[in-house]
Ligand binder design. Structure first.
Ligand code: SF4
Length: 215
């Protein structure tokens, strides 16, 4: 079974993809690019908006490395991109955090428009979700509407705050314009999904490797 795995960067683990870091693995994705692919990618980064995003992201990383927190980085990105109007797509379970973020953004001169996940008040059964799911709340999370409302409000940067797995997928699918994620929801770890990975060989071992209890 293991021989059938298609190897990729996750099987390499290099943090520096260059010759100085040692021998490339035989499956190295850098070494097996299709002809002309690198040039096509460089051209894509030459698109005016893409270039601006890449340049600002790189400079913020360089100048703020281990100094700016993610909230600060997000605001700095918005400033450098020239964005004035920020849209927030929030889970209502994190409305408190979204409201604090709104205060912070407004205190820093941004205009903010936010849409909570239950906006639209559509019953779960109305979209074919089994009635039993309404025991956890009768309305769907409504990421398509969130994306639509932020677009209609002409938000220049969308910030995702704690949308559920899958709901976030639909938001990203329908979002117009530039989107970034500030908070990733995890109801078990205090919105820190990496905590489960840090414990994957410890307390979370049996939960995450159910077949063997080890890997
Ligand atoms: S690009 Fe090559 S060297 Fe870099 S992580 Fe992937 S496989 Fe490893």
């Amino acid at each position: 079974m293991k021989d059938e795995i298609v190897r990729s960067c996750v099987d390499c683990g290099s943090t520096r993809c260059d010759e100085e870091s040692g021998t490339y693995p035989h499956f190295c994705l850098s070494q097996h690019m299709a002809e002309g692919e690198k040039e096509a990618l460089i051209a894509a980064y030459g698109d005016e908006e893409n270039y601006k995003i890449m340049l600002n992201a790189a400079q913020i990383e360089y100048e703020g490395y281990c100094k700016l927190c993610r909230v600060e980085e997000t605001m700095e990105f918005a400033r450098r991109m020239g964005y004035k109007k920020i849209g927030i797509a929030t889970c209502l379970g994190l409305i408190r955090e979204a409201r604090i973020l709104t205060k912070v953004l407004r205190a820093n001169g941004f205009e903010v428009f936010g849409v909570g996940c239950k906006a639209g008040e559509i019953r779960k059964t109305a979209v074919g979700i089994p009635a039993e799911c309404e025991n956890l709340g009768e309305h769907i999370c409504n990421p398509i509407y969130q994306a639509k409302m932020l677009a209609e409000a002409k938000c220049e940067l969308n910030i995702v705050v704690g949308l559920c797995v899958g709901h976030d997928s639909l938001f990203y699918k329908y979002a117009q314009g530039v989107t970034t994620t500030l908070v990733v929801k995890d109801r078990v770890t205090g919105n820190n999904p990496a905590a489960a990975l840090y414990n994957a060989e410890g307390y979370y071992r049996r939960k995450l490797f159910p077949q063997k209890g080890q890997e």
